[in-house]
Design a protein around this ligand. Structure first.
Ligand SMILES: [Mn+2]
Length: 406
């Protein structure tokens, strides 16, 4: 007796994808549409392969105001599954918590949305009872543990827990509804369908404790194939198959620049990497990291503004691999040019002196803004470091080029 279901999470329908407007051709639109395309891929897979049910473990929508378009697309997908006789269980997460204000759509009756308290849903599949436990975030910040409110498994039913949250003590992410692996295992469930962490991972094999990751990469740090799990649970044993669903893959490629003196040599090396990426991943957005820049290459790069190099490679990529966009180029220079003292140095030193809290306090207005926070990425240590480096680079180059900073 095998139960088969699909586990997806973090769809982030309607994610605005800030910072991609400069991409040529249809790429910008492909990026903007990507969460919807990935969602359609999920629905198509389910309609075609007819699992017993579908689980969505939080963050269906990117914003608490759930745009009309995102809701309409979601409703249509649910209607299709209703037509195919597939029940759906949804728990909302920190991005689409229940306290947001949004225009209401009615969902078809195959969809069960969990309320703010941990509750259970039951269904019978070919004579086997399946019990699904879950809850939706009543508000954006659920920082208290909720795991204690899940009842332990009892009886013969196949029991599944849905939980949007993170492992206690995981410093890399905002901690929501924290739990430990042991706390999950102690419940005795047959499967834990997690959401919130966008990187796919298996925390435990039997019984499986699973983050399927985001359905579509949402920015360049969410690189590699994205999708969902197709799960089969038989007698005390589960098997999982990862199904890619993303419309495009975020990736990085390194371009070795030693010995390059002419732009056409550089172009050829870049195109080799772009074609290899296309071969391995299909459509995508690529960051090019230029390494091994010797003095000659440095001289060549300095003869044109960085924006022009980016435009140059974007156009070449569009001719050859139209579905691979070049997101950005970074120059890995051996040593940064020396910056004279004075005002610029003071500004750079000031930036470097701020710690994470310093950055957060300076960005409070922006991050706390009702609309703006959706367009700002997560302000973690890594993004702070990137912002600082980028500021450093812009100031330094602006200074070197006599104020021609972009
Ligand atoms: Mn999420």
């Amino acid at each position: 007796m095998t139960i088969r279901f699909i586990h997806a999470a973090d769809l982030h329908l309607g994610s605005p994808f800030k910072g991609f407007a400069g991409l040529p051709g249809k790429m910008a639109e492909t990026v903007r549409e990507s969460t919807f395309t990935a969602f359609r891929n999920l629905i198509d897979h389910a309609s075609r392969t007819r699992p017993d049910f579908l689980l969505i473990a939080g963050d269906v929508y990117d914003g608490e105001d759930r745009s009309l378009r995102a809701q309409e697309q979601f409703r249509q997908g649910m209607e299709m599954l209703r037509g195919a006789g597939i029940p759906v269980f949804v728990s909302h997460g920190n991005h689409d918590h229940l306290a947001g204000s949004w225009v209401r759509f009615s969902l078809p009756d195959n969809v069960r949305v969990f309320g703010p308290e941990v509750e259970k849903a039951e269904l019978t599949i070919r004579g086997t009872t399946v019990t699904i436990h879950g809850f939706s975030y009543p508000e954006r910040h659920v920082t208290e543990p909720v795991i204690g409110r899940y009842p332990p498994a009892g009886g013969d039913a196949v029991e599944i827990g849905m939980l949007h949250g993170s492992i206690r003590g995981d410093e890399a992410h905002d901690v929501y509804a924290p739990f430990t692996k042991d706390e999950l295992l102690e419940k005795g469930y047959d499967y834990w369908a997690l959401g919130h962490i966008h990187k796919r991972q298996l925390l435990h094999e039997q019984p499986p404790i699973v983050y399927p990751g985001s359905l579509q990469g949402l920015h360049r740090k969410e690189s590699g194939a994205k999708g969902f799990y197709d799960v089969a649970i038989g007698r005390g044993k589960a098997s999982l198959e990862f199904i890619p669903a993303g419309a495009l893959v975020f990736g990085q490629a390194e371009v070795e620049c030693a010995g390059i003196r002419h732009a056409d040599e550089w172009l050829e090396r870049c195109m080799d990497r772009i074609r290899a990426f296309r071969e391995a991943n299909g459509p995508g957005l690529l960051d090019l990291r230029l390494s091994g820049i010797d003095e000659g290459a440095e001289g060549m790069f300095n003869d044109a503004p960085e924006s022009e190099w980016l435009e140059f490679i974007r156009e070449a990529a569009m001719r050859d691999c139209p579905d691979v966009g070049i997101h950005r180029i970074t120059w890995e220079r051996a040593a940064a040019p020396a910056v004279p003292g004075g005002l610029f140095r003071d500004v750079l030193d000031e930036l470097v002196s701020w710690d994470a809290d310093g950055w957060k306090s300076r960005l409070t207005d922006l991050y706390g803004h009702r609309q703006a926070y959706r367009f700002t990425g997560r302000l973690d240590e890594e993004s702070i470091r990137e912002i600082r480096e980028e500021a450093d680079r812009l100031l330094t180059e602006g200074l070197m080029k006599g104020g021609r900073a972009e």
